[in-house]
Design a protein around this ligand. Structure first.
Ligand code: E4P
Length: 219
């Protein structure tokens, strides 16, 4: 199981890295804009995440057409050792074409903004590392996101030799995270603030305070 942190905000990421249960960091242009990070600054930010213990980092292409996507991917990949960077590409017609070429060259690809089970199946058919559906956004649009993701998981599981994992994004609560674990998805990306919530259970902290107080009273 791969747990990713979904953020381009280094100060936020530093509150969670390094951590033994975190596999890596995912980003996209929206997260870059939110964090005030320019394209030119992204490779350094992601390298810093690797220095902090991330095993893999993910960066998204910026272009709409396949040639532009391939050029973006080549530029991003030039800053990393093989295997460190997973290239995220929207699961559009152009994105499938570009991603298939990258996979043929041995690059790990995430097809992102996956909204239908057939798209997840394409990812497994073509040997993508990940297919990324957005649970929260599916539910925003009135769809039963968990049921749809369960269908995607079943299709991906039919092709175990592809190695493709669902990387579920747009997770907004502990309940959503737990439901996805129960579905057996291969990867989840969550915002650092939700990771902190998962790590710091209030009842565990209260129990620890009790133990510490009692430890101080011991002879
Ligand atoms: C995925 O790539 C997005 O960063 C993210 O998971 C979307 O989350 P949101 O729908 O809560 O904005």
């Amino acid at each position: 199981f791969h747990l990713y942190l979904d953020s381009a905000d280094l100060s936020e990421l530093k509150t969670c890295l390094p951590h033994p249960v975190v596999h890596g960091v995912t980003t996209n242009p929206t997260l870059l804009k939110r964090a005030g990070i320019g394209r030119g600054e992204l490779p350094r930010l992601l390298q810093r995440c690797i220095e902090l213990g991330a095993r893999q980092v993910q960066a998204q292409v910026y272009s709409e057409d396949a040639d532009g996507m391939l050029e973006d991917a080549r530029e991003l990949l030039s800053h990393f050792e093989p295997g460190q960077l997973v290239v995220k590409i929207p699961a559009t017609r152009q994105g499938l074409a570009a991603g298939a070429q990258l996979i043929a060259q041995g690059v790990q690809v995430t097809w992102t903004a996956v909204y239908a089970p057939e798209q997840a199946h394409f990812a497994a058919q073509l040997g993508a590392a990940y297919a990324a559906p957005y649970l929260g956004r599916l539910e925003d649009s009135g769809i039963d996101g968990l049921a749809l993701i369960a269908q995607m998981q079943a299709l991906v599981a039919q092709r175990p030799s592809s190695g493709t994992r669902l990387l579920v994004a747009s997770i907004r609560s502990r309940e959503a995270y737990l439901s996805l674990l129960k579905l057996g998805v291969g990867a989840i990306t969550i915002p650092p603030r939700l990771f902190s919530e998962l790590l710091d259970h209030p009842a565990t902290l209260a129990a620890e305070r009790g133990f510490l107080a009692d430890a101080r009273d011991l002879p």
